[in-house]
Design a protein around this ligand. Structure first.
Ligand code: FAD
Ligand code: UDP
Length: 370
């Protein structure tokens, strides 16, 4: 019988713990230095009965059948389809920038002219990353591209990442492309929703197995037992005591405010690309349609990660960081039966479904080796 230690009770660790315990019938100890499970997806009901996403809004979305089938064993989801509103020049409109946005922010005749030019150049429904969209020859489309770059991406990205859009990996801004469509949803994935009982309950159900022991408030460094395999979903540079240098991360701060009124804004997330120091405001009661005379919002402020001061939230996808990560990856290959995964272990900007898929694939790999 193998004994497995998993570091981190987020989706990556919990997925692996569940698969090892249930499919291989092996013992798993899973630890987290936090006082709760579910990692950054942790949610809880506050005194008003509103489900708060402690680390910011989490919307589950995937096209992957395997992942969808896996998560639904542990809880049902509602049919919430996420939409994001942005305030641009004082106008509330849709993000990603699409044909509806075009008509919201420009006079009708100008919007119509731009729409026609866009449809001459691009296929309907195409998603064009802003850095590609900027490469326009036509004078009117150039004007539009500059407008979208300035009003949607430039200042938001500066707030979120501390740099201009062209200084982070193109994949980051490509997550929110210019969308030549009238589809106002943030994601087009086949499956989307929020777990009816919350993410924490979903992860609790994943960990609820006689072969799994959960230890909270426990740092990896404090685990004394020996194990046959170690799965590490914490930061890979920290594991190696930063011997090759520190991988940079962005952190986020959420300022929670309760109001004595039913709603604060008319959508779950409102982005403020050009105004204020925060990037967006979350209003949590929308996700599960929570009924309360009060409401709770969170203003999201981004900052650099500094050890001891705040938490790691986002790896920063950028060539020099990937190079450093690759050096750590090479180090990790020298270790036997030690595996890294997750947003921090792989230093990858995974959404929940990608973190789960990575854990499922790693499980399939180790199962073969057994
Ligand atoms: P984590 O959830 O970070 O879990 C890692 C765990 O390891 C943590 O609990 C940490 O405490 C623990 N740990 C680290 N080091 C140690 C140690 N030394 N000892 C013990 N424990 C340790 N994804 C979506 O699909 N949809 C969304 O809408 C979405 N919104 C997001 C919004 C924000 C603001 C952020 C930051 C992320 C969002 N994500 C979203 C991404 C999602 O949070 C991640 O995909 C997911 O949390 C990854 O899970 P993980 O287990 O890899 O990492
Ligand atoms: N972005 C932007 N303006 C917006 C929304 C997004 O500039 O109104 C850019 C920004 O660089 C952001 C990236 O697109 O970090 C990805 O946005 P997403 O909403 O996917 O970020 P997450 O929810 O992961 O923080």
């Amino acid at each position: 019988m193998n004994y497995n230690l998993i570091v981190g009770c987020g989706f990556s660790g919990a997925t692996l713990a569940n698969l090892i315990a249930s499919k291989l019938n092996e013992k798993v100890i899973i630890v987290d230095k936090k006082n709760h499970i579910a990692g950054n997806c942790y949610d809880y009901r506050d005194k008003n009965g509103i489900m708060i996403h402690k680390y910011g809004s989490h919307i589950f979305h995937t096209n992957n059948e395997k992942v969808w089938k896996f998560v639904r064993q542990f809880g049902d989801f509602n049919q919430y389809m996420h939409k994001v509103i942005a305030v641009i020049d004082g106008i509330e409109t849709t993000i990603p920038f699409n044909f509806n946005t075009l008509y919201d922010v420009f006079p009708h005749t100008l919007a119509r002219k731009l729409e026609e030019k866009l449809l001459e150049k691009f296929e309907y429904n195409k998603k064009v990353p802003i850095l590609e969209f900027q490469k326009q020859d036509d004078k009117d489309l150039k004007f539009l591209a500059n407008y979208v770059y300035e009003k949607v991406f430039l200042h938001y990205t500066a707030k979120q990442w501390g740099v201009n859009p062209d200084e982070v990996d193109g994949a980051v801004t490509a997550r929110v492309p210019v969308y030549l469509s009238r589809d106002n949803r943030y994601f087009q994935d086949k499956y989307q929703g929020i777990p009816l009982e919350g993410y924490t309950k979903l992860v609790e159900n994943m960990l609820n197995h006689p072969n799994i022991e959960v230890r909270l408030n426990t740092d990896y460094k404090d685990v004394k037992e020996n194990f046959d395999r170690l799965f590490y979903t914490g930061a890979i540079d920290e594991y190696f005591n930063y011997k090759l240098g520190q991988l940079p991360y962005r952190s986020v701060k959420f300022k929670l405010i309760e109001y004595n009124r039913e709603f604060y804004q008319n959508n779950s997330v409102v982005n403020y690309p050009c105004n204020y120091d925060f990037t967006r405001i979350h209003e949590y009661k929308y996700y599960l349609n929570d009924k309360s005379e009060k409401t709770v919002i969170a203003k999201e402020y981004s900052e650099f990660f500094e050890p001891g001061k705040n938490e790691r939230y986002y790896p920063i996808p950028k060539d020099e960081n990937t190079k450093l990560y690759n050096k750590y990856l090479e180090e990790s290959k020298k270790l036997e039966n030690v595996y890294f995964l997750g947003r921090l272990g792989d230093y990858k900007y995974y959404d929940m479904d990608k973190a789960i898929l990575r854990a499922i694939e790693l499980f399939e790999e180790i199962k073969e080796r057994k």
